[in-house]
Design a protein around this ligand. Sequence first.
Ligand SMILES: Nc1nc2c(ncn2[C@@H]2O[C@H](COP(=O)(O)OP(=O)(O)O)[C@@H](O)[C@H]2O)c(=O)[nH]1
Ligand SMILES: [Mg+2]
Length: 198
Amino acid sequence: MRIINAKFLLSAQGIDGLPEFGISEVAFLGRSNVGKSSIINALTNHNSLAKSSSTPGKTQLINCFEVIIDNEEEKIPLIFVDLPGFGYAKVSKSMHSIWQENLDRYLRQRLSIKAFIHLIDSRHAGLQKDENLGLYLSEFARADQRVLNIYTKSDKLNQSQKAQLLKIDPNAILVSSSKKTGIDKATKAIYNAVFGVK
Ligand SMILES: Nc1nc2c(ncn2[C@@H]2O[C@H](COP(=O)(O)OP(=O)(O)O)[C@@H](O)[C@H]2O)c(=O)[nH]1
Ligand SMILES: [Mg+2]
């Protein structure tokens, strides 16, 4: 299972600016700087498909990419969506700014989203902000939508820290976008989430 092709499609400010692609969408979300753009680049084997920057909060648009995933039997198109990181604290009530409102509407109303990929910094598992995001998603995720947690920047953990994380979350998927580890496992997990494979 691997992604064999990826291209940028378009950016939009909100759901109103998004066409219906007729293709399942995978929404990547998490705190600013958690590694959203980097993991999209790593999954698609590109250096700068999604812009990655060390300045937090730079991406404030809904950025759509078309990827082709090869499951060894067929080649299936998917839309990967790189989203702005947002505060999420007590989520809905705190979404004051227009782009946070836009993001909220996209997440709640976009029926073509089949998987929410919640990226969590592996060094800081269990942060209140991430707990809030998990709760927020579970508020509106429908039966045909899955939430998948992926832990980023695993190259920053030593063996015992990895073991500790796996103790807390035995199914944890650990990825390092810079060292390109955990990418195959993450690709498979995303595929399974989109297609409802248990
Ligand atoms: N060490 C390490 N740094 C990473 C990794 N992924 C992203 N980063 C760094 O974290 C910062 C934020 O990454 P970015 O993908 O732009 O985060 P985003 O704001 O969530 O899109 C950048 O400086 C990246 O180089 C990783 O797997 N390992
Ligand atoms: Mg980004």
